[in-house]
Design a protein around this ligand. Structure first.
Ligand SMILES: [Zn+2]
Length: 67
């Protein structure tokens, strides 16, 4: 069967940059980011996401550690 390849995805948290609340868990693909940088595209993060605490869309930053 298929062998599990070591990929570059890592689970990361997204934190609201306004109220610092931990709102989302997503998968971060390092390869994608590197490629985007090389192609001069905008990085994925920070992301505009809805924050229930702020009750509006705010910028969400990567949290270093998952809680
Ligand atoms: Zn917020």
């Amino acid at each position: 069967m298929a062998t599990k390849k070591k990929d570059n995805r890592a689970p990361v948290g997204l934190v609201c940059s306004v109220c610092k609340s931990f709102n989302y868990i997503t998968e971060f693909n390092k390869m994608n980011e590197t490629q985007k940088k090389q192609q001069g595209e905008d990085p994925t993060f920070p992301l505009k996401k809805f924050c229930p605490k702020c009750n509006k869309r705010t910028e969400h930053k990567l949290a270093k550690k998952l809680k």
